[in-house]
Write a new protein. Structure first.
Length: 424
């Protein structure tokens, strides 16, 4: 199966579903309903669907609390005092890290600030941050407030790399040459992994290498990359990264965040950080002594004891990712998204104008396609919603659709493009 053998019949969509090795996972999720049927849910890039097993994971912790009270911290097969440990090996595989390099804690933007405290260390003329233009607002606000915190003006301290005139996505060569051009002034290179608006998956390895050659630290916001594209943060030598888990990782609204700190920083005493008791050497955590000694690795950035319920929900979904594996997910994802692209391009051949701004090369994207609509974008989005499609609208005129390999089917994609065709 590859794009050259795709065809536009409904029968073919059903054949692809029949051959889909992951098709059973669709049944493990709850879908919102539209007129008695599952909606066409393409918003897993915003909030993943609820796995049917989440309830059991939550009930387990409710029961543990009910039966044990405070002793729940020390008893049972998953004592709460050790709770973050139960995530390390699983989360490490999602981002291509060693278990000690990751921790599940807080939320994305909180983690971003905590790691910027350690890894954005402006000094002398090296005080600038290079980021992608049009980054997600929380990244923009976090970086702006961090540079101000260090006494700089955002206009002087933040360099945004923009696509060339008339283009929608960034060229890697332009990112790398911007890094080179500013190499004496950069303290930090901070990019999204997958841009939330265009769906472009940046070349994280090349960006990291160029950032390091320029003498900067390099960090990524993986909100749209975690659980979507395979990564090798350890091998790529990335300094730090953060992500949320409620998008592709289906961990519940506002679910916990993830953080990665490369092994080479595991015990670096020169890194400033904002500390809390949960990051302290766990052998001595309850001795309540003065003098913070961080745990080695990402766990040393923890502040507080684990938020058991949101983490339990995350565990339900991570166990599913463990079972499926990122490689199998990526394989289906490439096919499913290529199939959607094929069907949309076929409409365009018939005179429609759905301009996909996401890169067409599967290596440069995850599963999301961002479709630039003409003047009638908003009514089109409304029409889709009224016909049982959950997709999202992003100002000024983009509809984002994410066929998620864990639970979307080829028939979902077929029916969605059928609706686009009907609308005209
Ligand atoms: C979704 C998203 C966030 C959200 O951050 P929270 O702190 O979890 O609310 C941040 N950055 C990017 C790039 C996102 O896509």
């Amino acid at each position: 199966m590859n794009p050259s053998t795709f065809n536009t019949t409904a029968k073919y969509a059903r054949e692809l579903d029949a051959k889909d090795a992951l098709r059973a996972y669709r049944e493990q999720f709850y879908f919102p309903q539209h007129e008695g049927e599952k909606v066409l849910y393409f918003c897993g890039n915003s909030l993943g669907l609820q796995p049917k097993n989440t309830r059991a994971y939550l009930e387990k912790e409710l029961l543990h609390w009910e039966k044990e009270g405070v002793e729940g911290h020390f008893r049972g097969d998953m004592p709460w005092k050790d709770y973050h440990h139960f995530f390390s090996a699983l989360a490490a595989k999602i981002v291509g890290a060693k278990p000690e390099e990751v921790v599940i804690m807080n939320t994305l933007t909180t983690n971003l600030h905590l790691l910027l405290v350690s890894f954005y260390r402006p000094a002398g003329k090296r005080f600038k941050v290079l980021m992608e233009g049009g980054a997600f607002p929380s990244d923009q606000y976090a970086i702006e407030s961090q540079v101000k915190f260090h006494g700089y003006q955002p206009e002087e301290a933040i360099i945004e790399v923009e696509p060339r005139a008339g283009e929608d996505i960034l060229r890697t060569e332009d990112i790398l040459s911007a890094i080179e051009e500013h190499k004496d002034e950069l303290a930090l290179v901070m990019f999204g992994g997958v841009n939330y608006y265009t769906g472009q998956y940046f070349d994280l390895e090349s960006i990291t290498k160029a950032g390091h050659e320029a003498g900067a630290t390099v960090g990524f916001d993986l909100a749209h990359a975690a659980g979507n594209v395979p990564m090798q943060l350890h091998d790529w030598n990335v300094d730090f990264a953060v992500w949320c888990t409620y998008k592709y990782l289906n961990s519940s609204p506002g679910g916990p965040g993830g953080a990665f700190v490369h092994e080479r920083h595991r015990l670096n005493p020169d890194l400033p950080r904002f500390a809390g008791w949960w990051g302290h050497n766990e052998e001595e955590r309850f001795l309540m002594k003065k003098g913070f000694q961080p745990m080695p690795g990402a766990a040393g950035w923890q502040l507080s004891n684990a938020q058991i319920f949101s983490m339990a929900a995350h565990k339900a979904s991570l166990d599913m990712f463990e079972e499926v594996g990122m490689a199998a997910l990526r394989k289906k994802s490439e096919l499913l998204t290529a199939y959607m692209q094929f069907l949309i391009e076929d409409l365009n051949k018939k005179g429609h104008q759905f301009n996909i701004i996401t890169p067409t090369n599967p290596k440069e994207r995850g599963c999301q396609l961002s479709i630039l609509t003409g003047a009638n974008g908003k009514p089109l989005h409304e029409y889709l919603t009224n016909n049982g499609v959950i997709s999202d609208w992003r100002e000024p005129n983009v509809i984002r659709v994410a066929p998620v390999p864990m639970y979307n089917s080829f028939e979902d994609v077929y029916r969605f493009v059928g609706l686009l065709e009907k609308y005209g």
